[in-house]
Design a protein around this ligand. Structure first.
Ligand code: ITT
Length: 196
């Protein structure tokens, strides 16, 4: 079975990446006690690359990393690259979501447009890491709905939907999501290069 190292400590991302990659790929990942990889980059792309290269060095395997941000137009693109720590270091999903709702309080529904942007980086195939992108456009509502998904999903309604991402099934989310799009772009390239 093909092995891939996924350089994330976020169990929700790992689950979604596993669903998207399917059962014929064995996923390895960091242990909870493994050292953190500092996300010192100024962009999603730099952080995805840092995590993928560190994962490849650590495991000796082809390594994937995902860096994702939520860009809200009324907040000039925030929280963006800071999405995981919007409410401060060590913030929970709930803290981050509450801060987002506070910042958008009173903002007209027409001005609540946003998008998830996901950059997946793969290290260990070529000399240079490869980057794959996926975007999902939508809007931020003011009252969270749904208990699936994770992070900002309960307040994000994708374009063409009335439900939040947290109200969609895992399959429905994966079919349209930023992560699904980036991962399928990676898979198309990888199947040609490495043949699963
Ligand atoms: P790793 O760096 O270990 O992969 P992380 O959670 O720190 O995990 P990011 O730096 O990419 O990952 O942070 C992105 C944050 O954005 C994440 O913590 C969630 O709060 C949110 N997020 C990412 N993907 C999401 C999704 O599909 N739906 C909702 N929120 C998401």
């Amino acid at each position: 079975m093909t092995k891939l190292y996924v350089s994330t400590k976020n169990p929700d991302k790992l689950r979604e990446l596993g669903e998207l990659l399917g059962a014929d790929v064995e996923l390895l990942h960091p242990d909870p006690g493994d050292p953190e990889i500092e996300e010192t980059g100024a962009t999603l792309s730099e952080n995805a690359r840092l995590k993928a290269e560190a994962g490849h060095r650590r495991s000796g395997l082809i390594s994937l990393a995902d860096d994702t941000g939520l860009e809200v137009d009324a907040l000039s693109g925030a929280p963006g690259v800071y999405s995981a720590r919007y409410a401060g270091p060590g913030a929970s999903y709930r803290d981050n979501l509450q801060r987002l709702l506070r910042e958008l309080h009173g903002t007209d529904p027409a001005h609540r447009t946003a998008r998830f942007r996901c950059v997946i980086c793969c290290a260990g195939v070529d000399n240079e890491p490869r980057r794959f992108d996926g975007v999902l456009a939508g809007r931020i509502i003011d009252t969270p709905r749904g208990d699936r998904g994770f992070g900002y999903d309960p307040v994000f309604v994708p374009d063409g939907e009335e439900r939040t991402l947290a109200e969609l099934s895992a399959d429905e989310k994966n079919r349209i999501s930023h992560r699904g799009r980036a991962l399928r772009a990676f898979l198309a390239w990888w199947r040609e290069r490495v043949a699963v």
